[in-house]
Design a protein around this ligand. Structure first.
Ligand SMILES: Nc1nc2c(ncn2[C@@H]2O[C@H](COP(=O)(O)OP(=O)(O)O)[C@@H](O)[C@H]2O)c(=O)[nH]1
Ligand SMILES: [Mg+2]
Length: 442
């Protein structure tokens, strides 16, 4: 069938008790279209003239039923393929939506229908079996991949702009990281859609973590290089003239010079995270030199030499200890940054879920208002019978709106509880907590 001969629209995607299913007959019709297709889809609130407009596009007065009719019983997306009124050998695919808005699952679908239809038409023209579920999944994956990319790019860009390497401390880098990550998660939340099990959000966090590690590495390299340069500059004369200390009283001179270098070195600002480590390896390289200067120093007695030797060893051990303590402190800072990151993720996820819920309630309220207006209009026109039918629908909507409002309190409670658990055991729990939030939302 090169040209579809559809006398009337049929249901393409049905919605039974919130379960979406694709009507195979409609798929077969689409499969058999070999002509180029032009797709027009319409989305909007009840009784705003969607079906009326679609019929006009088909150049028909009948087709998609108007007003409150039998069609309302089958909610979903209706399809009508007709010859294109102006383009020869083209098929016009009209997609009308019925009962949208009172079905929560359609809420997301609804607002991205434009992109969805494109994906859908791509599927038709590439010859793969068009399945709406697949199209939604493909759309969600594409949107979410883009969201991950945008968010991680934002992170890199901002880190690059705000960091001046080497940073004075690791904490300084981690603070910038926390801010940039927070912004990146917000970028992700803004663009993501139907991110099941937070798989894309998790991917984003992994990416950011990798990037953070790369920035940390760069920071260490920058610090290491700067410290080496500064230390070389300060110790150049000292190292080159080391033989001048092999004289009586030379050890005292040697120590004075070395301490002077140490003082000068610590005066240099913004040496960064490698400052201690670089100086420590300088001292280590000096250990045997100091020892031989000490032994060659005839101005000292054997007892004085032993004391000096012991002091040198004690100081070296103390410095080693200090370095270890600094590393542990940095480790702790890293863990704390990780905790902040998990907390931020939960916080923003919570916000997003709450906003979506509020939006849903708002839409129900608008719809309710619409129905009331419609009922009023009908009453005024004297269509009392139809008005009675609407009463049922209005009652249902009112109770849905009220249910949602009541539930949102408990919902917040759930979230906060899970959130608190997340803080208590931040490393292991967050993803479990996220799952619980989702189930609380369902
Ligand atoms: N005369 C006229 N009636 C309209 C127009 N748009 C909608 N209607 C009427 O408004 C009612 C609701 O329209 P319908 O297309 O069923 O709304 P839908 O729920 O958005 O599909 C129907 O009785 C239509 O005949 C219009 O532009 N002109
Ligand atoms: Mg309609």
């Amino acid at each position: 069938m090169a040209r579809p001969q559809m006398m009337a629209p049929i249901c393409l995607v049905e919605n039974h008790n919130d379960q979406l299913s694709v009507n195979q007959t409609a798929i077969d019709i689409l499969d058999n279209i070999s002509q180029p297709v032009v797709v027009v889809a319409i989305v909007g609130l009840y009784r705003t003239g969607k079906s009326y407009l679609m019929n006009r596009l088909a150049e028909q007065n009948h087709g998609f039923p108007l007003g409150s009719t039998v069609q309302s019983e089958t909610k979903g997306i209706w399809m009508w393929c007709v010859p294109h009124p102006t383009k020869p050998n083209h098929t016009l695919v009209l997609l009308d939506t019925e009962g949208l808005g009172d079905v929560e699952k359609f809420y997301r679908l609804n607002y991205r229908l434009g992109t969805l239809v494109t994906t859908y038409v791509d599927a038709i023209s590439s010859g793969t079996v068009p399945c709406l579920d697949d199209a939604v999944t493909t759309l969600a994956q594409r949107e979410n991949s883009t969201a991950v990319q945008k968010a991680s790019e934002h992170y890199s860009e901002q880190m690059g702009q705000r960091l001046r390497l080497p940073t004075d401390t690791l904490q300084e880098l981690l603070d910038v990281h926390t801010t940039c990550e927070k912004e990146a998660i917000a970028v992700f939340m803004e663009h993501s859609f139907k991110d099941e099990n937070q798989q894309f959000q998790k991917k984003l966090l992994e990416l950011i973590d990798e990037k953070k590690k790369m920035f940390m590495l760069k920071n260490e390299e920058a610090s290491d290089q700067y410290c080496q340069e500064e230390l070389n500059r300060l110790s150049k004369a000292f190292v080159e003239n080391i033989s001048t200390f092999s004289v009586p009283g030379g050890h005292r001179l040697y120590m004075e010079m070395r301490e002077k270098i140490e003082q000068d070195y610590w005066q240099v600002t913004r040496k960064g995270v490698k400052a201690s480590e670089v100086f420590q390896s300088f001292l280590q390289s000096q250990a045997t030199i100091e020892s031989s200067i000490l032994q060659a120093d005839t101005a000292l007695t054997a007892g004085e030499k032993t004391i000096a030797e012991e002091r040198a060893q004690r100081e070296a051990a103390e410095k080693e200890q200090e370095l270890l303590r600094q590393k542990q402190e940095e480790q702790q800072q890293l863990i704390e940054a990780q905790e902040r990151s998990h907390k931020e993720n939960l916080e923003q996820l919570k916000m997003k879920l709450m906003q979506e819920r509020e939006q849903l309630i708002k839409e129900h309220e608008i719809m309710l208002e619409n129905q009331l207006q419609h009922q009023k209009a009908l009453l005024e026109e004297g269509f009392r019978k139809t008005s009675e039918e609407l009463k049922g629908e209005i009652q249902q909507l009112t109770s849905t709106v009220n249910d949602k409002k009541e539930n949102s309190g408990t919902f917040t409670g759930h979230l906060l509880k899970e959130f608190a658990t997340g803080i208590a055991a931040p490393i292991l729990l967050p993803m479990m907590a996220v799952k619980n939030i989702i189930s609380a939302f369902k």
